[in-house]
Design a protein around this ligand. Sequence first.
Ligand code: M6R
Length: 619
Amino acid sequence: MCGITGYIGYQQAAPVILEALKKLEYRGYDSAGIAVLHQGKLQVRKMQGRLHALEARLASEAAPLQGTLGIGHTRWATHGEPSDANSHPHRAGAVAVVHNGIIENYAPLKAWLCGQGAAFQSGTDTEAAAHLINYYYQRQSRDRPHADPLASAVAAAMERLNGSYALAVIAEDAPDRILAVRKDSPLIVGAGRGEQFLASDVPALLSRTREVYFLEEGEIAALYRDRIAFFNGQGETVHRKAARIDWDAAAAEKGGYPHFMLKEIHEQPKALEDTLKQRLCTGAGGRRDVDLGDMPLEDWKNARRVVITACGTAWHAALVAKHALERFARLPAEVDIASESRYRDPILNSGEVFMAISQSGETADTLAAARLAKAQGASVLALTNTKGSTLAREAGCALYTQAGPEIAVASTKAFTTQLMAVYLMALKLGRLRGSLTQEEYCRHLSALEEIPEKARQILGDERRIQRAAAHCFHKAKVFFMGRQFDYPVSLESALKLKEINYTHSEAFAAGELKHGPIALVDNETLVVAAATQRRLFDKIASNMQEVAARGASLLVITWEGETAFDRTAQEVFPIPRTEDSFSPLLAVIPAQLFAYYCATARGNDPDKPRNLAKSVTVE
Ligand code: M6R
């Protein structure tokens, strides 16, 4: 989704803003723009296309953009096609605005503003917000208690804007401040010395500061060179405490890898180790144990059911969580896609607990589903990678994965660390609920501790996967199938290939093959089978025979040393042996690499998949 940056300080703003925009490129965008204030004049440059085109245009100008205050934007089109005119910043009179989100009532607002004399230049929803702020700015909103007319205008506009927004606003006669506000869309203020920063996401700030403020819903921040002031919607000053970000700045760089995605695939052993380390502890009597931090264990121990919600990859992690909670803790679990559950009026009874899984903690649908659960009085747990994210703050109780910043749009290390966290949770609950003996609990924990090293071994076998991808990347139809724990892995593998190789790929529970998908299988089809559930080997082997008999090419992900599928499959991707229940932690890695190498063989940039955005902060 759109990326917002802002800078006010003593340096030239344009280079600082462009650098931050580059750090937000991963969010996905189709146009970029910047507005810098100099000697009371707003200078706006914006255009459709990638950031380097904007940079080239700025470099071709006779003189560099001057000014120590400015805002920048990368646009991911929602209302109005990608074009120069629809790019942000949008100007209205004396103000310039950048926006992430959707102004849902922009049409009636636009009609009203046109009636007031506003002249619109674009087809965007954002321009309505810009004109509305300008409308109130011109009238100074004297009835409001703000000393600051720009903040007052922003507050007045907020009362009439419906939808979701993160807005950064500057004005020609306000050379000392940037105004920022958010509702249902993230915005982060970074504090410096004599300079302040604004961004949609933490990685854009890491090279500048570690002291950040996560703007609260409806809160307005005024960034001055030497201070930051916060107001609530009523104009009252709010005192905020900065959060300190402990992510390593280098973690948000490519570190010698050609793409963030490949780097993040390779970071998985370490991320898994970190997620484990954070939770493993020595319990009573010197026994090994799992510490789940703030998680309300009593609620979960006695729960009659758990409801889990998420989107995309996180939803696949939720499906693994269901299997793990049912298997190890004998706790019934239901999984709901957040965009469905939020509109379905879901039933949550007393004695049931709710978990929302989200890497970013900012996904609009996941947030809405979690809010709904909270409103129904449920105990809500956030499983997220992002401290300070809206989900973490609103849930009130969060369990963090230790993946570090995930920049690539195609999620990899966030997924495997989510899996590690849900396994630890399921084992701990299994022990607390009495469904696991101490001995079983310790045995499972030991198996988990071996996972990072096993993940490393798979990465060592990367070339084999690269070679297979070189033969398969052009396949127009790819099916992924698996049973039990292999089914969510298949869904995740299909999603990866779809996202970055643009292949029409579909996943199904292998038992469903004869209920439909087999009609599409022919000698043009590639089928990738995940086969790690030993008690169902015969079943998946039959499914493989069935697709092979219809001419499909077959790749299999299975245990090292397993020969059962050698005669049916063209290629086997082996994974080191572990317990069947933990296989998703490993089986997904060859599939991630396969998708990555298919995309690069095709000439796609896996870090910038078409039409996709990293955090889906609007519906
Ligand atoms: O930040 P979240 O985990 O809430 O994101 C959910 C999905 O948008 C995300 O997993 C998406 O499906 C990824 N692009 C998958 O690679």
